[in-house]
Write a protein that binds this ligand. Structure first.
Ligand code: GLC
Length: 735
């Protein structure tokens, strides 16, 4: 009781001081750009009314919502005190007008935070995230995110709901396209690269934006690959599979996180006190904030976790959701919940602090407005196009190249056939913010630019993405007959992956496979070009194709690098961050699975248990030979230093880039472990005939250790292996 009285007294004294100070005309501390951020936060918080605090914790939509999955009411008369807005414009003008209202019509002049989904580019659209991971080039991904950040900031955004780092092992789930594959460490490395790219070293420099790690946590475990559903995640799996990317992203300074839609083993992500308040805010001491996913607070009702929006709002904020995206629960019920003693004011204040802190760090109080540049100044800068082309090039994966079918001889006559041959719109992929198909260099476009003699290039559509219309087959077969090689361009529409885009089968529509079989009858070699947002079932297509190039959804700049690969100007270097099943029936299938009790048994009666293409698969036009692994020591004690090296020689006749994946294996452990775990990777260009050394500096606890079901990392004595491809070196940890 005494404590409460003391606090009350302190608040009164401070309020009196502020009143006096205000009379002395000294600028309020929160308006003093030279004052430390924390002092500015505290000073402003003390001045805020409950109503002002509640609105800071709310995010509405500014203008028309273009996300079809989130049709909701358009908020009319946005209050000047609103904390954040989803911003769908490409111009800073609307933002500046809204911001002006906040700065001049609200009592305290707190700027609004403008956020949007800049997932793989804003107007310059680069490859979808799963493709970016195939580059194994975090530095390039960081550059691409920095490019996207600048375009977004100049357009009026301060904040992106990206990167999505949900480890995903079920390609029936459409959102596998948005993350970095099946491996925790890979998602973590690209989380760090994205955060650094988006945020830079100074959020207030007018060219960077706040990042948002999502969807915290475990959304990729969605049951049967369906969206918005239950996820069965044990505490052990939560820690050994899903937590690492978020821990790496938080340590890299990610400003915000987004809580997911999904139910985590009975406690939905947006009401999960353990993941948000205990781990994120408690153990990891994250000082940014958590925003709910769109409506994920109100959806607690349909998930059976709350009776009504009031209870849902209470559960969400108590669990650690600081900002309510479009459930309209906080602005309706928080004041009441505090008045009823169900939500302590400290919880509300803690959430407000986090949001104000980011706004100060973004420099929004000093620079609330964005310079009104022209579109030409803001978008599609030449250096950005170059980055988009380079990232596309490094994201392409040569999956098959029978008898060196590729690269094509210079005078090859090529028949571009298939629904993706001239299609630009679908190469953009999902979540393309403000990408335009007019900006896209497609497959046919790229070859037209690359091939010297236009008569080398023939085209027929053949068929549509789906449906049963085979009327284009005859023309396709006739066109193929005039060519030396068929370039068969098949794949998915952009809206077949992404949010709310689950598919029960990962096979392409039958019409596309039938076209391939018809073309096979011509006897002409077939080079299959795939554009898709998920691993596909290729067991029927693979045998009829001489070569297969996976280009994913490359954004606006895929056509030129693809043409460069087809003609041999570029040597492909992409490798898969996710397994391609042999067939849908194998799902889930991923490299870092647990060991079987009977490895020689437990197979399918009707299908192989081997994938078609495994994690890390990707061919080159040259060949690389790996030497034996050399460890600096093989008997180790805790705390010892260890480095392992491998010499890789380019034994072919042309330069190439090679990524070395370093795995560890722990054959037996108190808690069973995956058959192998990726712990490091490195990509180097190796000239023809040259040998390069790749080195893995092993941190024994981080890399050989494991983690238990409450996040405690441990390292046990015993045998371990470091592995690269099929090469291993045995280690003994003796103490
Ligand atoms: C969506 C998505 C989320 C996105 C948010 C805002 O429903 O789940 O990834 O950031 O809404 O558009």
């Amino acid at each position: 009781m005494m404590k409460k009285r003391l606090i009350a007294c302190g608040v009164c004294l401070w309020t009196a001081f502020c009143m006096l100070e205000a009379r002395n005309e000294k600028p309020a501390v929160y308006k003093d750009a030279k004052a430390p951020t924390e002092k500015r936060v505290e000073d402003l918080l003390l001045r805020m009314t409950m109503e002002e605090k509640v609105l800071q914790l709310s995010q509405y939509v500014a203008g028309r919502n273009t996300n079809a999955n989130n049709i909701g009411e358009e908020v009319k008369n946005i209050p000047a005190e609103i904390g954040a807005l989803l911003y769908y414009s490409t111009s800073p003008r609307l933002r500046n007008n809204i911001q002006k209202k906040a700065m001049e019509e609200s009592r305290l002049g707190i700027p609004v935070l403008f956020g949007h989904d800049v997932i793989h580019g804003f107007r310059t659209v680069y490859p979808i995230s799963i493709a970016q991971a195939c580059s194994w080039n975090p530095a390039l991904v960081e550059k691409a995110c920095a490019m996207a950040a600048k375009e977004a900031r100049l357009a009026g955004l301060d904040w992106t709901f990206s990167p999505m780092i949900d480890v995903a092992r079920d390609p029936r789930w459409g959102r596998v396209s948005e993350g970095y594959g099946e491996d925790p460490y890979t998602n973590g490395v690209f989380a760090v690269a994205s955060v650094k790219g988006y945020q830079g070293n100074n959020l207030a420099d007018g060219e960077h934006i706040a990042a948002c790690l999502k969807h915290y946590i475990g959304y990729g475990a969605s049951e049967a690959g369906r969206d918005y559903v239950y996820t069965e995640i044990s505490p052990q799996t939560l820690w050994d599979t899903y937590m690492l990317p978020y821990e790496m992203g938080v340590k890299a300074g990610a400003a915000t996180l987004m809580s997911g839609f999904h139910d985590i083993s009975g406690v939905p992500a947006s009401a999960n006190h353990y993941t948000m308040r205990e781990v994120l805010k408690g153990r990891w001491r994250h000082d940014g904030f958590v925003v709910s996913d769109w409506g994920s607070i109100v959806q607690l009702i349909s998930q059976g976790a709350a009776e009504d929006l009031k209870e849902a709002s209470e559960k969400a904020i108590m669990a650690g959701v600081d900002m309510d995206m479009m459930s309209r629960g906080y602005d309706k019920y928080l004041k009441e919940l505090v008045g009823e003693g169900k939500v302590p004011m400290e919880i509300v204040d803690d959430a407000v602090r986090r949001i104000l802190r980011l706004k100060f760090r973004l420099g929004l109080f000093e620079n609330p407005y964005i310079r009104e540049t022209t579109e030409k100044e803001r978008f599609l800068q030449p250096e950005d196009i170059k980055i988009a082309e380079k990232l596309a090039e490094e994201s392409f994966v040569l999956l098959k190249n029978k008898e060196k079918r590729l690269p094509l001889a210079a005078d090859t006559k090529v028949a571009v056939i298939g629904p993706l041959g001239k299609n630009r719109w679908n190469l953009l992929g999902s979540w393309t913010a403000h990408g335009k198909d007019g900006d896209v260099v497609g497959i046919y476009d790229g070859l037209k630019l690359e091939l010297k003699d236009p008569s080398q290039l023939l085209y027929a559509k053949g068929c549509d993405f789906d449906g049963k219309d085979e009327s284009g087959f005859a023309e396709a077969v006739a066109t193929a007959g005039k060519a030396d090689v068929i370039l068969l361009c098949l794949g998915e529409k952009r809206n077949w992956s992404g949010e709310n885009a689950s598919r029960a089968s990962i096979a392409l529509p039958k019409i596309q496979e039938k076209l391939a079989m018809e073309l096979k009858k011509t006897g002409k070699p077939i080079v299959l070009i795939l554009s898709n947002g998920r691993p596909l079932e290729l067991c029927r297509l693979e045998p009829v194709c001489d070569a297969i190039v996976e280009i994913w959804q490359p954004g606006i700049a895929g056509g030129k690098p693809l043409a460069g690969i087809l003609t041999g100007r570029i040597n492909p270097s992409g490798k898969l961050p996710i397994t391609f099943p042999y067939a849908t029936g194998q799902i889930p299938i991923y490299y870092n699975r647990r060991q079987s009790a009977r490895p020689h048994q437990g197979k399918y009666q009707d299908l192989t248990i081997e994938p078609l293409y495994e994690f890390g698969h990707g061919l080159s036009y040259t060949t690389f030979e790996y030497g034996d692994l050399k460890a600096s020591a093989t008997q180790l004690k805790r705390g010892d230093k260890l480095s392992v090296e491998v010499a890789v020689t380019n034994t072919g006749d042309r330069d190439g880039a090679e990524t070395v994946h370093w795995f560890i294996t722990d054959p037996y452990s108190t808690i069973t472990r995956p058959v192998k775990e990726l712990k490091y990777f490195e990509k180097q260009t190796i000239r023809a005939g040259e040998t390069r050394t790749f080195r893995f500096e092993v941190d024994l606890l981080r890399d050989l250790g494991f983690i238990d079901g409450d996040g405690k990392r441990f390292l046990e004595k015993g045998t371990y292996y470091v592995q690269v491809k099929d090469k291993k070196v045995k280690l003994e940890l003796i103490d």
